[in-house]
Design a binder for this molecule. Structure first.
Ligand SMILES: [Zn+2]
Length: 254
């Protein structure tokens, strides 16, 4: 285990020395040095640019603490070895070509912390279990994102039905399905899946149209997909089209 902190010498220089790190370090982590070694360390002059000791956070090049590096350290030393660690293709989620909000949704889904009705009931929130969209089955992650009739229509409208129905992705829980998709599909496809799952309903009496444009490199083709859904998330209409020209994604989506 590494630590950072100011180094202090114990005041008495007779006999063996202890190098002590400020803070609450267990005795067994103190470093015992012989008098000879301790004196040689004390005689070592500091480089000119260093005038006094200061606290340095080793995990960052600039020596300053950041939540990101603190989190990484925690993952390495604490979570990496305890019961909360979930084995899975987490990198596949973060490499997805999608906005962070969409990748974050995938992460929350795989960590089991989305407030589906079945999760809420597990945490003793009083609610009915039935999916409010289809009013037929229990609302859990697998149902709301993969099995509900509205979800299936959305996968098809987004041009992702081959991913939804791929026999390699029929695991019994949503987390394993997402990890399987991350491991077998390109970051572009994982990104499109993330955006599909993240989708937000439009305001009441409004219709939302999502547009996506794609290019097949070398083919000179540009393809366009559109999907219209109402304020309940119900699929209304969709279309796909391609043209023999290559335009920029900004022009295409405009
Ligand atoms: Zn449903």
């Amino acid at each position: 285990m590494q630590w950072d902190g100011e180094l202090n010498w114990l005041s008495q220089l007779s006999g063996d020395k202890e190098l002590e790190v400020q803070g609450s370090i267990p005795d067994k982590e103190k470093i015992n040095l012989t008098k000879d070694v301790a004196e040689r360390i004390l005689e070592t002059s500091l480089v000119n640019s260093v005038r006094e000791d200061k606290v340095v956070w080793e995990e960052e090049r600039n020596g300053c603490y950041s939540v990101k590096s603190g989190y990484k350290l925690a993952m390495r030393h604490i979570i990496g070895s305890d019961k909360y660690h979930e084995v899975g293709n987490w990198n596949g989620i973060w490499k997805a070509q999608a906005p962070h909000k969409a990748r974050h949704l995938l992460w929350r889904l795989c960590r089991g912390c989305l407030p589906t009705r079945s999760r809420l009931l597990e945490r003793r929130v009083e609610c009915t279990l039935i999916c409010p969209v289809c009013d037929e089955e229990i609302e859990d992650e697998l149902h709301i994102f993969f099995r509900c009739a509205v979800a299936r229509d959305s996968w098809c409208a987004a041009g992702l039905s081959s991913v939804l129905h791929n026999v390699a992705y029929q695991q019994t829980n949503a987390m394993d399905r997402i990890f399987a998709v991350c491991s077998n599909e390109s970051s572009d496809i994982v990104g499109r899946v993330a955006m599909l799952l993240w989708w937000e309903k439009p305001a009441l009496d409004c219709v939302k149209c999502n547009v996506d444009v794609a290019f097949v490199s070398g083919s000179g083709r540009t393809s366009v997909g559109l999907c219209f859904r109402d304020s309940s998330g119900q699929f209304m209409a969709g279309m796909t089209q391609w043209q023999q020209t290559v335009i920029s994604s900004v022009e295409g989506e405009a």
